[in-house]
Design a protein around this ligand. Structure first.
Ligand SMILES: [Cu+2]
Ligand SMILES: [Zn+2]
Length: 168
């Protein structure tokens, strides 16, 4: 299934541009206290020359800005808490957002949700380049926004973990 979607993406790109962009689709679900909750759609991740591009196709979210991160562990259990902290292979211990090399590698740009609860606007993570670097981790959408800082609240103030998927 996963291999198939990767193949289809590559084939689609080939027919469109003759350049095969590596990509993967992450299936996203609402978090739950018992395994994963109801489906929320998917996020397509593609490798571009500008960095990794995250293209959401999500629904039923709350409108507005949401914290969007890669978390350490490939699990969404326990209301998303099983995913652990933000992906931080350089052990920086700092939440500084997507444009600062001194913080978590997994800090992505804010995800914007439309007034109808859908999210379709792509966001670019310029410090990330290959899907291999982020595979076997969790992709998380938080209840609240993200100010790309540990002040005044830790981890940008995103609070609860709303929607989650495993990057394969
Ligand atoms: Cu997060
Ligand atoms: Zn962070």
């Amino acid at each position: 299934m996963l291999k198939l979607s990767k193949y289809l993406l590559a084939a689609t790109c080939l027919t469109m541009t003759t350049i095969a962009l590596a990509g993967t689709t992450v299936m996203m679900n609402f978090t739950s206290d018992k395994g994963s909750g109801k489906p929320a759609g998917a996020v397509l991740i593609t490798e571009t020359k500008y960095g990794l591009l995250f293209t959401p196709n999500l629904h039923d979210l709350t409108p507005g800005a949401h914290g969007f991160h890669i978390h350490q562990k490939p699990s969404c259990d326990d209301n998303g808490m099983a995913a652990g902290g933000h992906f931080d292979p350089k052990n920086t211990g700092k939440h500084l957002g997507p444009y600062n090399d001194k913080g978590h590698t997994g800090d992505l740009p804010i995800l914007y949700v439309n007034s109808d609860g859908t999210a379709t606007t792509p966001v670019l993570a310029p410090r990330l380049h290959t899907i291999k670097d982020i595979s076997e981790h969790a992709l998380m959408v938080h209840d609240k926004g993200d100010n790309y800082s540990d002040e005044p609240e830790k981890l940008g103030g995103g609070a609860g973990r709303m929607v989650c998927g495993i990057i394969k």
